[in-house]
Design a protein around this ligand. Sequence first.
Ligand SMILES: [Zn+2]
Ligand SMILES: [Zn+2]
Ligand SMILES: [Zn+2]
Length: 144
Amino acid sequence: MKSNFLLQSLKDNGHTLTRPRRAICDLLLECGGHLSADQLVEKLQIEYPEIGRMTVYRTLDLLSSLGVLRAVYQGGGAAHYILLEGGHHHHLVCAICHRVIEIDQCLLQDATEQISRQYRFQILGHLLEILGVCEQCQAKTPLN
Ligand SMILES: [Zn+2]
Ligand SMILES: [Zn+2]
Ligand SMILES: [Zn+2]
C-alpha cells in the first residue's frame, strides 16, 4: 500500500492518528484532492456516517497548517483543497474555459531556495498557478 504523506505529516508533528483523521487522509489521497470540504464530507459519510462536518473542517485546517494541503478559492465557490505532495503542486489555469492543466515537473526549486535565503523564510511548500489561455481557446479566440 502506498504510504500516505498526509498521515505521515500528522505523525511527524506529534498528532494522534485518530480513526476520523485516518479516514479523511485516506480519502483525500484516494481522490487526489481537488475537492471542497463539503464534497469530502459527502464522500466520507458514505462509509463513515459518524464522522461529523466539524471534524472534517478541523482536520483540513490542521493539514493546511502543516503545509501538506492548501485551500484554493476559484471564482465565487467554496475553497478546493489541493494536495502538496512532496511540498508542491503546479497548475496552468485557462482564463477563458477555466480548464486546469496539471504540471508534474517542478521548475521552482532554485527560485524557492533563493527566496528562502533572501527573506529568511522557512519554506514548507508551494502552490503555483500560471494564468493564461489554453491551446484550444487560443484557436477559437486569437490574441491580438
Ligand atoms: Zn481554455
Ligand atoms: Zn492540481
Ligand atoms: Zn514545485
